[in-house]
Ligand binder design. Structure first.
Ligand code: IPM
Ligand code: MN
Length: 365
């Protein structure tokens, strides 16, 4: 089977974690008889330096012509003072809109071997397994009019019925396959747009009576995430609130460098680690590729419909951590510090081993 993947390594540690991910993907491909055809393109600051824009049409075409997109990270101090539309981050927003990626899945999974790295007490955190489902192409991020002059600054918080319906449906379907609980987060006590959001989510809920729906104001949700994260299963929310809540959710797991994400639309899908470009450690072999590996697992599951391969990648990550290996960002004195390349090698080794064991089990049973 031929699968086309557009690689957008981006800036900072992006190229290092994407290079590692490609090694892992090749290892998986070898086992599963897949031929990956990679198309590597510039995006973000590096694209601005070469082409004067963070995202070229050529890159967009490459994305349109692929089965999945894998992105590293964009941004860095160097480009901080550029005008808004030329900043590396603008490339992300453009990609989301152009590829129609309205559906942003950010799981906040706690790795038991990293539980002591969190700022929360282990007993508060233990057992937390939630997904922030963030609407990604609407809200104040894209609403018009927007702008500022000397005396005003303004944005428009707006959702259409179609935009809320499609993300709500996805959320209920997702919850159905997990803990059957959705918390819809809004600010309906103040914002009309949020009242509309709540109304439409409740209408869609009628088709999913087996899923429990709870509404929560965003300020309360921020507090509840820190107080008792275990209460959540799927958090469904507007673009802006999801941006903020997903940072909280990522941090409480104690391992920002570990969390993957998927952004899905009707026709395209983009996978990326939640962490940023970390320009201060770029090129030193210190980057943690595990969030990108986990994003690759999501790619196998959601784009290639190979949940078993995804599961083995996740198990290989888990096993590597349980063996005590850590990159610098998650290092603790009782663990073994390794480089980006070394941890990549270990995860691939563990992947092959777990795969072979499972295959053997199938043969023996
Ligand atoms: C994120 C980021 C982006 C966002 C920025 C970089 C545009 O914070 O993916 O969460 O606000 O969506
Ligand atoms: Mn963010």
């Amino acid at each position: 089977m031929n699968l086309k993947v557009t690689l957008l390594p981006g800036d900072g540690i992006g190229p290092e974690v994407v290079d590692s991910a490609v090694l892992l993907m090749n290892a998986v491909a070898e086992k599963l008889n897949i031929d990956f055809v990679y198309n590597r393109q510039l995006v973000g600051g590096c694209s601005y330096d070469k082409h004067g824009t963070p995202l070229t049409d050529e890159v967009l075409s490459a994305c349109y012509d692929s089965d999945a997109v894998l992105l590293g990270a964009v941004g860095g101090y160097k480009w901080e003072n550029l005008p808004q539309n030329l900043k590396p981050e603008a490339a992300l927003l453009k990609l989301r809109k152009a590829l129609g990626l309205f559906n942003n899945i950010r799981p906040a999974k706690v790795y038991s071997s990293l539980i002591n790295a969190s700022s929360l007490k282990p007993e508060v955190l233990e057992g937390t397994d939630l997904i922030i489902l963030r609407e990604l192409t609407g809200d104040v991020y894209f609403g018009e009019p927007r702008g500022f002059d000397n005396d005003h600054g303004w944005n428009t918080m707006i959702y259409t019925r179609e935009e809320v319906e499609r993300i709500a449906r996805y959320g209920f379907e997702l919850a159905r396959k997990r803990g059957k609980k959705i918390t819809s987060v809004d600010k309906a006590n103040v914002l009309d747009c949020s009242q509309f959001w709540r109304m439409v989510v409740h209408e869609i809920h009628k088709d999913y009576p087996d899923v429990e729906l709870k509404d929560m104001y965003v300020d309360n949700a921020a507090m509840q995430l820190v107080r008792n994260p275990k209460q959540f299963d799927v958090i469904l929310t507007q673009n802006l609130f999801g941006d903020i809540l997903s940072d909280i959710a990522a941090m409480i797991t104690g391992s920002l460098g570990m969390l993957p994400s998927a952004s899905l639309g009707k026709s395209y899908a983009l996978y990326e680690p939640v962490h940023g470009s970390a320009p201060d450690i770029a090129g030193q072999g210190k980057a943690n590729p595990l969030a990108t590996f986990s994003s690759v697992a999501m790619m196998f599951d959601l784009s290639f419909k190979m949940p078993k391969a995804a599961g083995i990648i996740e198990s290989a990550i888990d096993k590597t951590l349980n063996m005590g290996f850590r990159t610098a960002d998650i290092y603790s004195p009782d663990s073994i510090l390794v480089s980006t390349n070394k941890i990549t090698e270990l995860v691939i080794e563990n992947f092959n081993q777990i795969y072979n064991e499972q295959e053997l089990n199938v043969l023996l049973n």
